[in-house]
Design a protein around this ligand. Structure first.
Ligand code: NPW
Ligand code: K
Length: 510
């Protein structure tokens, strides 16, 4: 799914009106119906009674949506209070039409100063329709006072299209509605996916309003959202004529004294992702634990007991994928080993954890030898070690894209919406996953999954994107069954089968 800019969305809006024989006011009605349907599905009742609804409207089309939504909710027997916040003189044409339609059946509060703003009880549901994608500067005056009043109310806040004050695709400042829910029209907006905006976005959904698909397909963008349909396209169901040789042979180099569990997690992830064969290379002291935990894996033992100091021959292209990093440690001999491996390796590798840290600490020597199209899987701290500190989410995105373009690698930056950047400078945001997954070992599992997929001849992009999606989906299934609180990395592994099965089932239906 594409993520478009506010400017492109405006063009898309106009194109749809022109090409699809729909008037602007009817498109606004479609958007308002889509929002209201979502609202009605949620219900928002308390003790079997509908909660009071307060709608705050601006003067443009976002405000117009608010007025239409107020009318639709009145029709559904909600008790609605509507307030138009008069921060300027001019109004949009579709705002005017919806204003007239609502005014016929319902009093509208006009707020030009703070005392006009209605008091909001804490059990209310507030619909924020002050500003949408047309916001282009900091909110001030009466509109700012309305935002502050909404934020102070303790009520449930729902943003129409986007929280007022939040710019759709650049850094925001000033007062911003702290929405509990955001209902974005048609496509997600970049701002919804960035960690620092979490408190303004809440949980969000994109609802379709039937905007022109041809325009969307042709629109240039470098930002994408990896949803189910996207993962589905990448996923390759197995043929009945396949055998274990068809799914490649992965090599995982991992583990050090005290961190052998990370190797176990990574190997387990790789096997569950369907690697035909998987050899783990680890220090001798990890042998018993690995073979006891995972008899399905083959083991290549290091020359050293406590850390990795060498690696098996990769000359004959025996391994269809190589992953390195989980629990690796940073011993000087491990560094020497990694240096040699990078010199020798001819194929894209999956590089995680201490392998990233070692590369970050020795960039001049190591970075140029990383094979093209390799996949780094850092968490934000590891990424910072690699590229330095950035002050905002937008600056971090720019740095992420530039790093991938410069070094011709993929970077999967882990987080709430993990971001996979490509050598072309594109970013793919993940749709799956939950806060319960921010716990020990989940990253090792992800590295294993991606290595396992890479070994089966998925391209590096496909392996990283599908791996990221499936990892999050398995985590979501685990959280649904067991809750987020005590979720562990091994729960993710346990639900990987179900996660793949959902992709498989859907693929069979197509
Ligand atoms: N996309 C679609 O297909 C559909 C979109 N729809 C809806 O339309 C919404 C976009 O509407 P919109 O373009 O009228 O802009 P909106 O956000 O209402 O702002 C109004 C005006 O306020 C101004 N302004 C800006 N910042 C300001 C500030 N800080 N303080 C004061 N004024 C400020 C600025 O005008 P300016 O003053 O710059 O001339 C701006 O034009 C969109 O979010 C969605 O809800 C659906 O109805 C149908 C399908
Ligand atoms: K809004």
């Amino acid at each position: 799914m594409k993520i478009l800019t506010a400017k492109q969305t405006k063009e898309l809006d106009a194109y749809t009106i022109e090409q699809d024989a729909i008037s602007s006011i009817n498109l606004m009605e479609r958007a308002s119906v889509a929002f209201t349907n979502w609202f009605l599905r949620k219900g928002f009742s308390q003790n079997n009674r509908k909660r009071p609804v307060f709608v705050f409207c601006g003067l443009g089309n976002n405000g117009g949506d608010g007025l239409a939504i107020a009318r639709l909710l009145l029709g559904n027997q909600y008790e609605v209070t509507t307030c138009v916040v008069r921060y300027a003189e001019t109004t949009s044409a579709d705002f005017d039409q919806n204003y007239e339609r609502l005014k016929k059946k319902h009093p509208i509060i006009e707020a030009t100063e703070e005392t006009h703003l209605p008091d909001i009880p804490a059990n209310a549901v507030v619909i924020d329709a002050l500003f949408g994608s047309g916001l282009n500067r900091t909110i001030e005056g009466i509109a700012a006072q309305a935002v502050k009043k909404m934020n102070r109310s303790g009520a449930t806040l729902i943003a129409v299209d986007i929280a007022s004050g939040l710019l759709p695709d650049s850094l925001s400042s000033g007062v911003i509605v702290r929405a509990n829910y955001t209902i974005s029209f048609e496509l997600p907006k970049l701002a919804l996916l960035l960690p620092h905006n979490d408190k303004f976005v809440g949980s969000w959904e994109a609802v379709s309003i039937g905007l022109n698909q041809t325009f969307i397909d042709d629109a240039p963008t470098s930002n994408y959202y990896v949803n189910t349909a996207f993962a589905q396209k990448i996923f390759k169901p197995r043929s009945k004529f396949s055998h274990k040789g068809s799914f490649g042979h992965a090599l995982m180099i991992a583990g050090s004294e005290g961190k052998m569990g990370a190797a176990v997690m990574a190997v387990h992830g790789g096997l569950r992702a369907g690697a035909g064969l998987l050899t783990v290379h680890l220090p001798t002291r990890g042998y018993n634990v690995l073979q006891t935990a995972l008899p399905e894996a083959m083991v290549s033992l290091d020359a050293h007991a406590q850390y990795v100091s060498n690696f098996p021959s990769i000359d004959d292209k025996k391994y269809s994928a190589i992953g390195i990093g989980p629990g690796l440690g940073k011993h000087s001999n491990t560094l020497r080993c990694l240096t040699k491996l990078l010199e020798k390796a001819q194929q894209p590798m999956v590089i995680d954890a201490d392998a990233i840290n070692l590369i970050a600490e020795n960039q001049d020597k190591l970075l140029t030898n990383v094979p093209e199209y390799s996949i780094f899987t850092p968490h934000p701290k590891e990424f910072e070690r690699l590229v330095g500190r950035t002050s905002t989410d937008y600056a971090r995105l720019r740095t992420l894209k530039a790093f991938c373009q410069k070094h011709r690698v993929y970077v999967l930056l882990k987080g709430a919406h993990s971001a996979l950047a490509t050598p072309k400078g594109e970013v793919y945001f993940n749709s799956t996953g939950n806060p319960g997954m921010a716990t020990a070992g989940t990253g090792d599992v992800l590295t294993g999954i991606i290595t396992g997929l890479l070994s089966q001849r998925y391209t590096p992009f496909e392996a990283a994107a599908l791996g990221m999606y499936v990892h999050g989906l398995a985590g979501d299934f685990a959280a649904k069954a067991e809750g987020q609180y005590s979720l562990m990395a091994s729960d993710i592994i346990n639900y990987m089968g179900i996660a793949f099965k959902t992709l498989e089932n859907n693929a069979n239906h197509e």
